[in-house]
Design a protein around this ligand. Structure first.
Ligand SMILES: C=C(O[C@@H]1C=C(C(=O)O)C=C[C@H]1O)C(=O)O
Length: 356
């Protein structure tokens, strides 16, 4: 997939609006509030995919006349979620500017293809693809590819976090490495962060939005409602337009270019040192894995099991402590050793099966 840059507007691109369109009055007031804060791309859900039945599932096509009116009065662009070919047809008939595919739809290639096919005669539309609910980069890329193949060039990816069964401070854990990998594969792909769905609550929004700016995201899509406490969906994570402005004004936007040659030289100097350190690190790692091989051969001779639970528990216990004394984050050290141990087991398994 060859992705070309197409977005020429201001960065970060701020897209904001209510989780759901509720009433004409709520839409008009919210859009007016956002326009007063300088925001001209509005989001609103009109069909809401809900986890459990009997929740508010959106007002549906009733919202189109409100959107039309808001577009005429406030000269804004509108983005809505579509989950079927029928949604696409209605969105096109009603002159919606941006369509996004939600996380629950991205997981299903049949649905995604159906939506892409429905856009065959509207390839000038902007389409955003939210990450799938499960942490699967290929599924996300696959959905983007389906739209690319259908001829959509104004493509973007929205990072809204991933579902997890574990306890987390986030509603959807961000797993930043996944969008970073996406950006590394497709540097020109427009990447937008959705702090609202990652956070699930207002007090985490700023931290997530700032992180996205630190990671060079191109934009933010944030839920905003004239009266968040009274919202029919996602009340805990929406901001008033005025509070959204406060958040945006606090954000530090990072420079994408280097300020001077001197800066570049100094950076190169640090990076040379990092290169040298990494070589040492890999040499040490190779030495460790050579020892693992020796242990493997030794254990194989006596037909002893590869995985040694007690030894592993000791490592898992004291390496994070040793790391902590060196100012290393114990969680990081733990993850690192899990990867190393996985490789040890793989290496020893190969040894045990040698000559079979
Ligand atoms: C190296 C060994 O084999 C495995 C690998 C380990 C490691 O990488 O440190 C630890 C315990 C075992 O599960 C060993 O038994 O000591």
């Amino acid at each position: 997939m060859e992705i070309k840059q197409w977005y020429e507007g201001e960065k970060p691109w701020i897209i904001a609006g209510p989780c759901s369109a509720e009433t004409e009055e709520q839409m008009m007031e919210t859009v007016e509030g956002l326009v007063n804060q300088g925001i001209t791309t509005i989001r609103a859900g009109i069909w809401k995919p809900r986890t459990r039945p009997n929740s508010f599932e959106g007002v549906g096509k009733k919202a189109f006349p409100w959107i039309k009116k808001a577009k005429e009065i406030f000269k804004v662009q509108f983005a809505i979620e579509v989950a079927s070919a029928q949604h696409v047809e209605m969105a096109l008939e009603n002159d919606i500017d941006i369509l996004w595919v939600g996380a629950r739809t991205t997981v299903n290639p049949f649905n995604v293809q159906e939506i892409a096919d429905a856009l065959k005669n509207a390839t000038d539309k902007t389409v955003f693809v939210k990450n799938p609910i499960n942490p699967d980069l290929n599924l996300w890329i696959g959905a983007l590819e389906r739209f690319h193949q259908a001829g959509i060039t104004k493509l973007g990816a929205i990072h809204r976090g991933f579902s997890t069964y574990q306890e987390s401070i986030y509603r959807n854990i961000p797993l930043w490495q996944i969008p970073i990998d996406l950006k590394s594969r497709y540097p020109e792909l427009l990447l937008i962060c959705d702090p609202s769905h990652i956070a699930g609550k207002r007090d985490l929004l700023f931290e997530i939005a700032q992180k996205a700016m630190n990671l060079r995201y191109d934009g933010l899509i944030i839920e905003s409602h004239r009266d968040p406490a009274a919202a029919w969906s996602d009340a805990a994570q929406q901001l008033t337009p005025a509070n959204l402005r406060v958040l945006l004004d606090k954000l530090q936007i990072r420079d994408l270019t280097f300020p001077s040659e001197k800066f570049q030289n100094e950076l190169d100097h640090f990076r040379d040192e990092i290169d040298e350190t990494d070589k040492e690190l890999l040499e040490v790692l190779a030495r460790r894995l050579e020892l693992v091989k020796k242990v493997g051969t030794y254990k194989k001779d006596k037909n002893v099991a590869i995985f040694q639970l007690e030894r592993w528990n000791t490592i898992l216990q004291n390496r994070p402590e040793w790391g902590n004394q060196l100012n290393l984050n114990p969680e990081f050290v733990k993850t690192l050793y899990q990867a190393i141990h996985d490789e040890s087991i793989r290496i020893q398994t190969d040894i045990y099966h040698e000559g079979e």
